[in-house]
Ligand binder design. Sequence first.
Ligand code: SF4
Ligand code: SF4
Length: 280
Amino acid sequence: MIVAFVSGSFQTGRSTIAANLANYLRKTISVTLLDSDIEQLESSILLPPIWSKESEITVLSPIHDLDACQHCLSCITKCQSSVFKDYKDKIILLTELCSHCGDCVDFCKGHAVKLQKLTIGTIHKASYNNLTVLEVRLNDSAVKANSLFYHTKSYLDPLDVTLVDAAPYISDYACCSTMGADYFVVVTGDNELHFKQLKRTLNFFNNFKKPYGVLVNLSESENNQTAEYCKNNNIPLLGVLPFDKKLESGEIPRHQLVESPRWHELFASLWEKIQEELSQ
Ligand code: SF4
Ligand code: SF4
């Protein structure tokens, strides 16, 4: 089962919540925490793990031999990702659009297209006590986040509960970074800007037809405008987590939040609520 933690903006505490829930769950079930927020990887900082494995993710990318090209234009009609363009009577390739199906080698009768291996990123595996931590790292030289996430899914154990710390819903690849989760926890803060961004994110989820619930974080009060909004719009509210001065000042390390009795109870109730929602 995959549960993705998403947010419509930065500074909502999404990574802290996902890491601490994983830390809470590892004591009773087999759990993986996957960090796919490639622009701001935080899980391994939050839960200093022991690294054990690194796997390169490689795809096949086309290269074009202009001298061999017969300018038959068949690639322009047949490539479903519109990689080939006819520019000033010459074929050029926009390889960043390629979905790596490999079909161009067959349909290019002039044998002007070859495929070369391209490493788009790496999956790093680590453990923190009984918890498996996976981190997705994109190779800077490749604009290939969606392909990287597509390959990442095969590294997940289907018998585990996987919590995904996904990219915020302002990134082009946010949707793919959730690994096609079974359930979405939309984490939001409690100020005006967060509320505005949350409404935008929920509009997207309402068309998405996947189950989700809202978790309000860093809140000064149980009765906040987001909780009220969820109630009035029949949106499942998974909980309201308080703004914690000790956490803010660093008195409680971020990854050990769940060790305090008050937070332990809050994470237990959050997991119960998620399971309740999933069983409906
Ligand atoms: S299919 Fe091959 S030969 Fe034909 S235009 Fe495209 S690259 Fe050139
Ligand atoms: S590998 Fe597939 S998507 Fe990529 S250029 Fe060739 S036909 Fe198009």
